[in-house]
Design a protein around this ligand. Structure first.
Ligand code: AMP
Ligand code: GLY
Length: 425
């Protein structure tokens, strides 16, 4: 790939803001466009819908784009990488077949089963096989895990304590609770443990493991209340030590890449492995075919080496030649969200206090924000701004991120004060 690149980054969240921040530190980024972006990336934004592939293609041609970096999963599942195959324009992210690791829970579970990758026992059920589903539920201990097969904006997993409720919910899901996404449902054994997120960059042959992170999904402190996109994250994760990561690499990362190769699924991009640590043994909860949000807001700050160089390695199949360097400091991010999120919330609230938060030493990654020009931003989503910080350890990083988050102000602002609570003792 040439030295100076024109890069198009698709997406508009905190994840994309963090990737943009890191790409802009690279001398190799000659031009960066973010589609559609947010107020934090305002100078780079282009008004393009990442799902409108014709418009994306036109923009790519008109602006001499060399590299497309896909933030969210939807364009990957819909085949954006296939669209640009053989055009000379490189895409970070798998084609539609590889993206099924995230786009279909059934596909992902069958894949893990075929390649002996540790994961929860499961059964796939459709309307025609609901009776077998009921029988499988009889064989499990509570709680019961039901997953819509297809993409459901992070809402397709339901965990129930009673068998009766699980049976009723299974029937409702199959009747269309999540539309077509839940016409097929995966029933899973419940895994008990602490979760973490492992990010693998791969060119299909070689791989590099990025810093491990942990996100906090529930809206309320102490992991209470409904699920959100993620309320904060920390990196590293104390229990993911060398011995644990060696198991992850040997039992999960290598067999996953070997499995893709043996099924002749070309894959260049990121694989995000959601893991449960079950008594020291890593088990896969899910695959995603992109980076995590808000994990990226703690992973990018810890990546010392050049992100664009790493992306080149992924795109050109030269990852074996790339070294990645990790900052030994810890990092944390605290997400400031709109009042009412993850339910309904108002938009358009003016945001202030950003300079004060930065003066605390925080790095701010905009998520659901919109620019009104002249440096003013208003809220435009549930997750508004991720406030990230470094520390000598997780507690210091979280405390600094909290100081920053408390300086940010907009009507209805809420954030969790207990990010990283398990590591506080
Ligand atoms: P997923 O969309 O597959 O990540 O599931 C959402 C969340 O549900 C996960 O982050 C876990 O917290 C939880 N979960 C999913 N599968 C299981 C399982 N087999 N056992 C326990 N918790 C699970
Ligand atoms: N933080 C979880 C996700 O990005 O799916």
């Amino acid at each position: 790939m040439k030295q100076n690149l024109h890069i198009l980054l698709l997406g508009s969240g905190g994840r994309e803001a963090a990737m943009a921040w890191k790409m802009l530190q690279s001398p190799r980024t000659e031009q960066l466009f973010v589609a559609p972006g947010n107020a934090g990336t305002a100078e780079h934004n282009v008004d393009l819908d990442p799902m409108d592939f014709d418009a994306v293609e036109e923009f790519v041609k008109a602006n001499g784009i060399d590299l497309i970096v896909v933030g969210p999963e939807q364009p990957l599942v819909a085949g954006i990488a296939d669209r640009f195959a053989d055009t000379g324009v490189k895409v970070i992210g798998p084609g539609a077949r590889g993206a099924m690791l995230e786009g279909s829970k059934e596909f992902a579970k069958e894949f893990m089963f075929s390649h002996a990758i540790p994961t929860a026992r499961f059964m796939t059920v459709t309307r025609d096989t609901i009776e077998e589903g009921y029988q499988f539920l009889e064989s499990l201990n509570p709680p019961y895990v039901l997953k819509a097969d297809g993409l459901a904006a992070g809402k397709g997993v339901i965990i129930l304590d009673s068998k009766g409720d699980a049976k009723d919910t299974l029937a409702e899901m199959l009747e269309g609770m999540f539309g077509e996404s839940s016409a097929t449902v995966v029933i899973e054994e419940y895994l008990s443990g602490i979760e973490c997120s492992v990010f693998v960059a791969t060119d299909g042959e070689y791989y590099r493991i990025l810093p491990v992170a942990k996100d906090y999904k529930r809206i309320g402190e102490g992991e209470s209340g409904p699920n959100t996109g993620g309320m904060g994250a920390v990196s590293p994760v104390p229990f993911a030590d060398e011995a644990f990561m060696e198991k992850v690499e040997r039992r999960i990362v290598v067999p996953t890449l070997e499995g893709l190769k043996s099924e002749e699924i070309p894959y260049s991009g990121f694989i995000f492995i959601g893991l449960m640590n079950v008594d020291g043994e890593p088990m896969v909860i899910e695959y995603n075919v992109r980076m995590g949000d808000p994990e990226t807001e703690v992973v990018m700050p810890r990546l010392k080496s050049d992100l664009v160089d790493l992306l080149e390695g992924i795109a050109d199949k030269t990852l074996a030649l790339k070294k990645i360097e990790i900052d030994p400091r810890a990092s944390a991010t605290v997400m400031c969200v709109s009042g009412g999120y993850p339910g309904s919330y108002e938009k358009g609230k003016p945001i202030s206090g950003l300079d004060e938060a930065e003066a605390e030493g925080c790095i701010l990654f905009h998520a659901g924000t919109r620019s009104l020009g002249e440096g003013t931003a208003v809220t435009s989503g549930g997750r508004v701004i991720a406030c990230s910080a470094y520390g000598d350890n997780i507690v210091e990083a979280v405390d600094k991120a909290l100081d920053g988050a408390s300086k940010i102000d907009f009507d209805g602002k809420y954030f969790r004060h207990d990010i990283g609570f398990e590591f506080r003792s």
